[in-house]
Write a protein that binds this ligand. Structure first.
Ligand SMILES: Nc1ncnc2c1ncn2[C@@H]1O[C@H](COP(=O)(O)OP(=O)(O)O)[C@@H](O)[C@H]1O
Ligand SMILES: [Mg+2]
Length: 232
């Protein structure tokens, strides 16, 4: 049996704005296992990013519990949370957080600096090849197009070998061909390395690679039962 990498139980998130309460996420039960690639689809403002940031311990739920790789993270301190994130969670966000003064290869190796690990030259090389950014390894983020920057952000996350990958619209700035390539790579990494990956997307065309699809509407997450994986 594959290991459960993420579990949400009764997770609710409310925001208060003046006298108004916004229910961004309602009573959510969800889990994803190692080797599973899951899509979350839904309109803007439906709660997708709230769900993803709570799943990765970037934000607290109002109620409910979140378990990452067997550890209940709900009541951890900030310091404990960042240790869990560093070890287990890789976020791919739309506004990729690249360091402006580091070349792309230094960018990836930043992870080794932080953890004290030995740089893995082979893994670095493979990722640069797979993402089509080999020629860019000595360049700086400001030299790149939006799409290239997005691929570097993905390489950076994959290089850190997280057990849980949380991607918020990872293909938003890519053309169709590149978008498919990136999703295919995420699917392959997930399957071959036993990661658990959640991808938030607007794009129905990309979900053929996913094992399961969930729909988010007004903070309510439901699994789409009719979904059939098409591509392997
Ligand atoms: N920090 C915040 N303060 C107040 N309301 C927020 C905040 N973050 C999100 N929301 C509200 O929560 C709802 C869900 O937002 P979000 O999770 O960003 O949706 P999505 O990612 O699907 O577009 C929206 O109504 C949004 O306005
Ligand atoms: Mg969002």
């Amino acid at each position: 049996m594959a290991k459960t990498m993420l579990e949400l139980r009764g997770v609710t998130r409310e925001f208060t704005q003046g006298s108004e309460t916004i229910y961004a996420l309602r009573e959510t039960n969800f889990s994803v296992k190692a080797g599973e690639f899951v899509a979350v689809i839904g309109p803007s403002g439906s709660g997708k990013s709230t769900f993803l940031t709570i799943a990765g311990g970037l934000r607290n739920p109002t109620r409910g519990t979140v378990t990452v790789n067997g550890v209940d993270i709900t009541d951890l301190s900030k310091k404990q949370l960042s240790a869990i994130r560093l070890k287990h969670v890789g976020f791919i966000l739309r506004a990729s957080n690249l360091v402006p003064f580091l070349t792309l290869e230094k960018q990836l190796q930043l992870f080794d600096k932080v953890t004290g690990a030995k740089p893995n030259k082979k893994a670095l090389n493979t990722l640069f090849d797979e993402l089509g950014i080999q020629k860019l390894r000595k360049k700086y983020p400001s030299d790149l197009s939006g799409g290239e920057r997005q691929r570097v952000a993905i390489a950076k996350v994959l290089y850190s070998q997280p057990s849980l990958i949380l991607a918020d619209e990872p293909t938003a700035s890519l053309d169709t061909t590149k978008a498919f390539e990136v999703v295919e790579l995420l699917a392959r990494e997930t399957r071959e390395r036993g990661k658990a990956t959640i991808m938030v997307t607007h794009d129905e065309r990309l979900i053929g690679y996913c094992d399961k699809v969930y729909e988010m509407h007004d903070g309510v997450l439901t699994e789409r039962k009719a979904h059939k994986k098409q591509k392997v």
